[in-house]
Design a protein around this ligand. Sequence first.
Ligand code: 0L1
Ligand code: MG
Length: 269
Amino acid sequence: DSNLTMERALSDADIAQLTDRIEAAQTNAKAIPKLTEDFPAMTLGDAYAVQLQLLRRWVGAGRRQVGWKAGLTSKAKMDQMGVRVPTVGFLLADFFRPEASVVATNDLVHPRVECEVAFVTKAELAGPDLTREQVLAATDFVVPAIEVIDSRFAGFKFDLQSVVADNSSSARYVTGGRARLPADVDLATLGVVLEKNGEPVAMGSSAAVAGHPADAVALVVKVLHEIGERLPAGSFVMSGGITEAIAVQPGDHVCARFQELGSVGFRLG
Ligand code: 0L1
Ligand code: MG
């Protein structure tokens, strides 16, 4: 697909208009058609231009960025969404919700949850080809997390350009369990079970995420390199859903039980 280039095809005015659309859909929790319907020439580079414009608007309005997330880094997620290219999305401090709390859904379109290993870094990471070892050396600690994703596209139907512009479906995230030093856990083969209302609904191993979650972090840094960004020390990075994402409703209780990292759970309100 020739639109999967980081070259830009759309004008600055088009990028601003698309950012308005995404901002309104996210702010009002209202689904919109995928962006490529009106802008078929849109490239991956245009999509990241929209995502970065949204980030700059919101940071300019006083919101604080804490880090980035990997999207679509496991085969389960790629198969579920029919998209084969890993993506990144930014994470703001106000996307965070505490463990054991009630996470509101009235400000979301159609939330889904997925289990992820999250990294907190202690040194800057940059460049197109970091190794797993370099990522681990720059990692302060890892924590278990549940991401609540929410596509702003009707029926969770989108293409790569649309989902990247929509900040890779980022919506909320919850951390819990135990923070661990990366050297103290075998990050390659951590098992996780996702329960909904006490029943197991998905399970997997951290190896599902790009082979190793630290490799997914290296992929995040590679995409950041391609869009002219780096990962500062102190970043919070979600390495991508280990299992497919599970749809949730108000009243549901979800809990992710990770080997070695403990569990994280909350209720949907
Ligand atoms: O965190 C994710 O993997 C989401 C990436 C975007 C695709 C989706 O909405 O599932
Ligand atoms: Mg995710």
